[in-house]
Design a protein around this ligand. Structure first.
Ligand code: PLP
Length: 395
């Protein structure tokens, strides 16, 4: 029965029955003339979620990692310099990918738990008077540490330095759960995937590219075939795909966009904020610390939580899984053994989140953590009970 329990990993997320049904369609011919009626509204519908009117939405059969690769290979050439801060496992992995593609990666090292350092970006960009830096790469929501960065501030730093670099942003674990404003923040490529805020199976990398990013393709010589924007855009223009599309996921995405629109994006964001705040109240109730260093960095989709000294976070997540059949996020990279994560994004309600908090609380009690049953759950209950009317029209 444990497959009935919700997941509390920060993606892939719980799939609502409505989306599972939407993906359960018979194979159809993606070269038939009516495929255009399915594909194009989906691409168009994603624009609002990205917060763009001028951006071009492009999808590949891949996960978010494929989206990273598409972003860099379509805009950069071997030896190009990119500027990126490392403050968690996902910023680290994107850096690693850039290095393996032969890019010259200027890394700003930050504490894990900090966000993108706009001031240090500005300093590096001002110092780059010859404009060697071709792109600034930022992870909007660092899933390993539960840290949200201020992309508008990064754009402000780039503008203050009057630097023409592209701004490439990973919004894999924030899109469709937390506000994202591609146009307002001057983002050139935003990279996401189907399995987090969109509540679907994994398998679609979803990107939005600005006109400036598309123009950069002309000079970009990193090898690309499967992830070539131009091939994809040319086929998409007539409703086609350069290869076989993930049809069932495209149907799922059509329904996901409907669900998001029915709830209303503002309500989706408000719900995520409220769920996250309930989790944070529980963390405080347990007397534990978030990895995120300060409130403006708190992510509304995932909380990374330090276990007390002398405890191992992997033992906690293993025990929760073995004893109660519930998955929580393990500590990644530098956080391995030190922190566990509660994913609170996608298809979740107050009641589901309370079940996760009650479970991890039981697991902590079983392992003799210095907490009492109810310490965290009651704090979240009190918050959910009293904040409901103020923040939510419907759950
Ligand atoms: N970026 C972030 C912030 C992520 O959270 C993830 C996955 O969790 C990725 C990139 C990689 O995406 P994927 O696992 O879909 O390849």
């Amino acid at each position: 029965m444990s497959d009935q329990n919700p997941l509390f990993i920060p993606g892939p997320t719980n799939m609502p029955d409505r989306l599972r049904h939407a993906m359960q369609v018979q194979t159809r011919d993606h070269r038939a003339p009516d495929f255009v009626d399915t594909l194009l509204p989906v691409l168009d519908g994603c624009k609002e979620v990205f917060g763009t009117k001028t951006g071009h939405v492009i999808t590949f059969p891949a996960s978010g990692t494929g989206g990273w690769e598409a972003a860099i290979t379509n805009t950069l050439s071997p030896g190009d310099t990119v500027l990126v801060a490392r403050y968690g496992m996902f910023s680290h992995r994107w850096i690693d990918m850039c290095q393996r593609h032969g890019l010259d990666v200027r890394i700003i090292e930050c504490d894990w738990g900090a966000g993108a350092p706009a001031d240090r970006f500005e300093e590096a960009l001002r110092a780059d008077s010859v404009h060697a830096i071709k792109a600034v790469l930022v992870t909007h929501n660092e899933t390993a540490t539960g840290v949200k960065s201020d992309i508008g501030e990064v754009r402000g730093a780039m503008d203050a330095a009057d630097h023409p670099a592209l701004l490439l942003v990973d919004c894999v674990s924030s899109l469709a759960s937390m506000p994202f404003e591609m146009d307002a923040w001057g983002v050139d490529i935003a990279v996401s995937g189907s399995q987090k805020g969109f509540m679907l199976a994994t398998g679609m990398a979803i990107l939005a590219a600005s006109p400036k990013a598309l123009a950069a393709m002309d000079d970009a010589t990193l090898p690309r075939t499967f992830f070539d924007f131009r091939d994809m855009m040319q086929s998409n223009a007539t409703g086609g795909f350069p290869y076989t599309p993930p049809l069932q996921l495209i149907y799922g995405m059509r329904e996901s966009l409907k669900m998001l629109a029915e709830e209303g994006l503002e309500n989706v964001y408000a719900r995520h904020h409220r769920l996250a705040e309930g989790v944070r109240r529980a963390v405080r109730g347990w007397g534990l610390q978030l990895v995120a260093q300060s409130p403006e960095l708190y992510s509304d989709t995932v909380s990374a939580i330090y276990v007390p000294k002398g405890f191992n976070s992997n033992a906690l997540t293993d025990h929760a899984f073995k004893a109660y059949g519930v998955s929580f996020g393990v500590g990644l990279g530098e956080m391995n053994g030190k922190a566990f994560r509660i994913g609170h994004l996608g298809s979740l309600t107050d009641v589901m989140v309370l079940s996760g908090l009650a479970t991890i609380e039981m697991a902590m009690a079983d392992l003799n953590y210095p907490i009492e049953l109810g310490d965290g759950v009651s704090a979240a209950q009190e918050y959910f009970r009293t904040s409901r009317a103020a923040t939510l029209k419907s759950a």
